[in-house]
Structures are given as structure tokens and as C-alpha cells.
Write a protein that binds this ligand. Structure first.
Ligand code: SAM
Ligand code: SF4
Length: 414
């Protein structure tokens, strides 16, 4: 899972700034900085899926420049260290692309390099995204040995017909084998599943969910297939289930996961007690994150400002720039006017919502910045609140876009 994207990365380089630039006086006031996590992007896949708009590029495993890429990540981290000086890392997420294409030895070197340069919390969650098509016996155990604590497996479906329609490189048998080994090697893991697939019926989804739940995953992320611009599916759109059918599918998912003891704690995330994803929770609670790697996004707070950065997207260019000491394509301060919406875009995705005090702690703004939006949302029955917390109502959760839109900055306010 990747945080909500700000404006797309510019192609021009952003000149490196001295750390004093970020520390100077500004209009926000942070009493303390939020928790910090680390995202590492590994940008290669065996084959590009027709629905995918992530920063992923086709590459044969044997040709992947593993060592050079890790050198670039380390150079990227070292250039970023002054911006996070003295702060502890609470979680690490190695995402992609297909990070499990990297050898366990390379992941071991990567995590060793991070540990040598950063202070990690003792029970730091370390997630690695894995694809069943890159699975071979004992590979997941070796990732565990390298220090990965949580695996997130891109299953999508257990049905060979849908896997084929999605252009996946794996089949049902490989998906089942991958989950079996993940369950043996890890105390906690996630399955990524997609629904509203081309030609999928309610009965098909029920069978897929039953297979997934029988494997007793501690966490499932379930995404409605979206047709993203600039993908193969955008050019040649498949016929996907109508909106009403998709709502029935979501009801079925919520019912089946609930019966299996997995609780929906975020729009797309379901977990057993004690297995929520710390890393993603930090995004939704508007925590800070440093993103390393091609196209990675960062959000970093300083005493008087919040900054967003984007690294160069194309892997070869990223490596060249990172090794030369500056790989930022974008480096911008989030405006005061945009902060309330950015916060609400994330926090309202959580079933339990947020504490009013946390809004101020994470944005550096007074609660009055969202007062009007909250009043309107309450009038429309989209939130429930008391003196200390706000959470989306059942209706607000169903119509999340409408709820979030109430917090958009007024035109001309920026
Ligand atoms: C970066 S991928 C992660 C792992 C790995 N690359 C894979 O696909 O197996 C993250 C997840 O986002 C979901 N996803 C990607 N594109 C999507 C789309 N267009 N619509 C819905 N979900 C999507 C998939 O469930 C995918 O597993
Ligand atoms: S494997 Fe994952 S990241 Fe790679 S192309 Fe497919 S969906 Fe995108």
C-alpha cells in the first residue's frame, strides 16, 4: 500500500537544500514531531500487469542491478540523514514493483545497511511485498532470516481464470504454496486481494474469499479493481461489474471477513486483533515517512513546516542521480491551506477516525481549521463525534469521497 499521491513528479531536478532551509521560521507550530517510518521502493517486476500504474518496470531477475540499486539507496539515505537526525524509525515497508524478485542476500544487505545508519525501534515492523510468481521453496524463510517480520503477498485471486484476465504471472497452485510457506515462516502476513474483476460474479467472489479465509491470514487488504489512466486496461477496457454489484460484493467481503474474525479497520484493510499494519496506520494517522528509491514519496515535518519530496521515477536515472548525491525531482512545502484536506484524506479512511488533539499535533494547526467542514459533515450524517474524537458514520464510510471533499481548501485560499 502506497500513501495518497500528491501532484505527479516533475521531471526537472529540485536543487538540494541545506537543512537550515527546512528549519527556518514558518507559520506552523509543532510541539513535537510525529512518528517516522521508512518506505523503500524496489521498482522491477517480471511482467507489467495491465491494470497497474505503480512505478514498476519489466526486468528479468538475472539482469536486475541489485547491488548498484542498493548502493544508490544507501547514498539516497545518507543524503537524507540530516533531515531526520536523531529520530527513531517505527516501521519499514519494502514495496514495489516486486521486492521478492530481489534475492534474500540482497534484502539482507539492504536491511543491514539501514540498521547501520538508522536507529530502529526494538520491535520495528519490517514488511516486504512478495509475489507468488517469484516464490521458490525456502525463499520466504530466507527473507525472515534477513530481518523481514511481515510478508505482504500479492495474491489478487485464487481463480486461474481471473489471474489470467489480470495478466498475473502466477496461478492458483503457486498462490496456495506461497501462503502456506508464509504462514510457516512469519508470525504475521497480509494477502492482497482484488474484487470486481472482469466477468466476476458474486458466487466467484464468495469462492475466492472462502479460499483466502480458510488459509487463516492475520490480515487481508481488499481492493476494488480500478481502471487507472495510462495503463493497458485504460486503452482496452475490460467489462467489469456495475457499481450496484460492486457494493453487494463489498457487503459480502465485510460479512465473510467479520465471521472469520478479521475486522475492517480501514477502507480496504481487515485484520485480526494485534495484526493491524503499523506502517500503513502511520500513513493514515498522518505520521512522517522517508521514502527511498525510484519515484518514492516522503512526507517530513519540521518545527514550522511540512515538506513533501518525490525522487526521480525512472530507475536508471534515479540510480545515477542518487549515486551523485541528489535524486529529488520535487521538494515542496505543503501549504497551510492544503494541510486540513491532506490530513482528512488519510484520517477519515480509518473506521475509528481520529482524536481532535491529534489533528493539531499532526498538522501544526488549530482545530478551528476544520470546524466548518465538521459541522457540515455532521449535518449530512457523514460523521459521528464527541468532545474528543471524530469518526466516519456508516454512511460516511460508504460515501467517503463526498465526506473528504468537505475539507477541500476553498478556491483562492492557497
Ligand atoms: C504494488 S502492488 C504489490 C505487490 C506486487 N507488486 C503484486 O502485485 O503482487 C500493491 C497492490 O495494489 C493492488 N493494486 C494494484 N493496482 C491496482 C488497481 N488498478 N486496482 C486495484 N488494486 C490494485 C494489488 O492488490 C496489489 O497487490
Ligand atoms: S506485479 Fe504488482 S507492481 Fe508489478 S506490475 Fe503487477 S501489480 Fe504492478
Amino acid at each position: 500500500m502506497i500513501p495518497i499521491k500528491p501532484a505527479s513528479a516533475a521531471s526537472a531536478s529540485s536543487a538540494p537544500k541545506d537543512v537550515q532551509h527546512y528549519m527556518r521560521e514558518g507559520s506552523l507550530q509543532f510541539a513535537a514531531l510525529p512518528p517516522l517510518s521508512l518506505y523503500v521502493h524496489l521498482p522491477w517486476c517480471i511482467k507489467k500487469c495491465p491494470y497497474c500504474d505503480f512505478n514498476s518496470h519489466e526486468m528479468r531477475a538475472a539482469e536486475m542491478p541489485e547491488q548498484r540499486y542498493i548502493d544508490a539507496l544507501m547514498a539516497d539515505l545518507e543524503a537524507s540523514l540530516p533531515l531526520i537526525w536523531g529520530r527513531t524509525i517505527h516501521s519499514i515497508f519494502i514495496g514495489g514493483g516486486t521486492p521478492s524478485l530481489f534475492s534474500p542476500e540482497a534484502i539482507d544487505r539492504l536491511l543491514g545497511g539501514l540498521r547501520a545508519r538508522l536507529r530502529l525501534e526494538p520491535d520495528c515492523e519490517v514488511t516486504l511485498e512478495a509475489n507468488p510468481g517469484t516464490f521458490e521453496k525456502d525463499r520466504f524463510k530466507a527473507f525472515r532470516g534477513a530481518g523481514v517480520t511481515r510478508l505482504s503477498i500479492g495474491i489478487q485471486s485464487f481463480n486461474d481464470n481471473f489471474l489470467q484476465a489480470l495478466g498475473r504471472v502466477h496461478d492458483r497452485k503457486q498462490a496456495l504454496a506461497a501462503v502456506e510457506e508464509a504462514a510457516q515462516a512469519f508470525d504475521t502476513f497480509n494477502l492482497d486481494i482484488m474484487y470486481a474483476l472482469p466477468g466476476q460474479t458474486l458466487a466467484d467472489l464468495k469462492a475466492d474469499m472462502a479460499t483466502a479465509l480458510a488459509l487463516k491470514p492475520p490480515h487481508i487488504s481488499i481492493y476494488h479493481l480500478t481502471i487507472e489512466p495510462n495503463t493497458y486496461f485504460a486503452k482496452f477496457p475490460p467489462v467489469i461489474p456495475e457499481e450496484d454489484m460492486a457494493y453487494d460484493m463489498l457487503d459480502l467481503i465485510t460479512e465473510m471477513t467479520g465471521d472469520a474474525g478479521l475486522h475492517r479497520y480501514e477502507v480496504s484493510a481487515y485484520a485480526r486483533d494485534g495484526h493491524r499494519c503499523k506502517h500503513n496506520l502511520n500513513y493514515w494517522k498522518f505520521g512522517d515517512y522517508l521514502g527511498l528509491g525510484a519515484g518514492a514519496h516522503s512526507k517530513l515535518s519540521f518545527a514550522h513546516r511540512v515538506v513533501r519530496q518525490v525522487r526521480f521515477r525512472e530507475p536508471a536515472l534515479y540510480m545515477e542521480k542518487a549515486l551523485a548525491g541528489h535524486c529529488l525531482a520535487q521538494d515542496e512545502e505543503v501549504s497551510r491551506a492544503d494541510l486540513p484536506f491532506e490530513y482528512m484524506l488519510n484520517a477519515l479512511r480509518l473506521k475509528d477516525g481520529f482524536g481532535l488533539q491529534q489533528f493539531s499535533e499532526r498538522t501544526g494547526l488549530a482545530i478551528t481549521a476544520i470546524q466548518k467542514g465538521l459541522e457540515e459533515a455532521e449535518r449530512k450524517g457523514l460523521i459521528e463525534r464527541d468532545f474528543s474524537r471524530v469518526k466516519p458514520s456508516v454512511r460516511g464510510f460508504d460515501f467517503l469521497n463526498d465526506l473528504q471533499a468537505l475539507f477541500l481548501p476553498a478556491i483562492g485560499a492557497k
